[in-house]
Ligand binder design. Sequence first.
Ligand code: ARG
Length: 575
Amino acid sequence: MSGDIGADLGQRVVTAVQNAFSVDCTIEDAAVRPSQREGVDYQINAAMALAKRLRRPSREIAAEIASHLEMGAMARTVDVAGPGFINITLSDTWIGEHTARLAADSRLGYRPAAPQRIVIDYSSPNMAKEMHVGHLRSTIIGDALVRLFEFAGHEVVRQNHLGDWGTPFGMLVEHLVDEGLDRQEFSISDLNEFYREAREKFDGVEGFADRARARVVALQAGDPDTLDLWDRLLGESKRHIEDVYELLGVKLGPGDYKGESTYQPVLGDVADELLRRGLAEWSEGALCVFLEGFTGRDGDPLPLIVRKRDGGYGYDATDLATIRYRAQDLKGDHLVYVVGSPQAQHFALIFAAARKAEWISPETTTTHVGFGSVLGQDGKILRTRAGASLKLTDLLEEGVQQAAAVIADRTDLNEGERAEIARAVGIGAIKYADLSTDRIKDYVFDWDRMLAMEGNTAVYLQYALARIRSIMRRAQAVPELGAPVAVGEGAERDLALVLARFPDAVDTALRHLQPHRLATYLFELATTFSSFYENCPVLKSEGTVRQSRLALAAHTAAVLERGLGLLGIDAPERL
Ligand code: ARG
């Protein structure tokens, strides 16, 4: 049995339809939805679609399904209503037992599907500069997806596809040499500044651009001195991104780095293979892959460029090598790319080419997890007030400071607690603002909204959890997860039914790779708990009622903690 009530009912409808009409129907056809209607818990909406197929009145069909539904002790009433809805009211006893079962389960009722090997590309910043806000989104969304996949029992292979190769590095290495930094130990405190200086020289200083280009050639030819300087520059860049990862607390480390440079040695082989398979052709001096159905704005065919006219390999070629590696060497069942929406067409081309080259088996799934931009209050891409591109470490530290200001006058917290809370609340606010909106959309970065105590924010959820923990501390003897629950009051019943939807929230977030589905659910859970707590005294109640309410509170805490954890958000013990 599935832990999710909706899925369970769906399964029962599928069986009932089969038994009543000897026709097949899927769990989607069953169309079971939680109901907002007073006194109705779930509504089944299968009859309308079936009526067309079977050429019979939908109300009749609904009645037939209802009479074949074997609900046992699960339902109190099963009613046919309107043109053919089936309304289900669950039995209170059953809800209590079900809640206890879910609470006792290590995944809180979630039933994993067959495990897969997931290869996920996320963060993947360009190394010549400091990370920008777009990479922040990829890092946060990717991290949440990794946590969700792992929770669902999948094997996850993280790939940080660092942009660590190509033209910018020729420029930077040459700039290093110009500054005489090549002969000494150096550290670059401000990578953006360093990049800007190099760029200025590239555009203004005579001869520099040519020398920079010659450096790229030297780099690609494996010149040892150039490689050494490139490697040292890369070390500096890695320090910068690691600061960001550390502050964010994401699951990404050096073991996950697989930059563009790693694919350099095999690019020639990829080009040869594509030629051999008849997929690539020469066009105006460049080696291209043309695929049916891909055209540019002007309507001309849009190719992938395997080898440029000057003999060099670029972003397309590297991604072709990358997907071949992920499918054939890493043997991923599902290849996921968390990259901004502007690259949608690039990935559509890469996926189509990889399929055509038969690098990917028909069972393998490929997904581009696109996302929108982070906007400033002015509705434009987020920048500093001075208009410079924003440094992520500054942004994250500002979040921690803003959060510290919110709790500044709390005398009940010591220094250590304050620091821990400021970090969890500040970083949590940034992550949650990102993860609680549909990733495809742009969102406006607004500290006040992100740190609001009321509304769909991280701190609201963190506070809800801290409050429940405090209730449990005061209760002293808290029943174990899985202890008996009785839902006498409406607010208890409502809370139990929302708790039962956790498996569905995780499943939906995973199926659509949309963390905001889980965030929306957690917010609903927190508000439902809040009305439960207003209507049903917990500590002041007695006997089995008190035990049952404490069990509901403990279960809510477990789901909130688990849910926030899946989003990569820490919850301080006290708040
Ligand atoms: N470095 C790229 C950028 O900043 C993103 C790389 C995404 N991953 C990939 N396999 N192309 O735009």
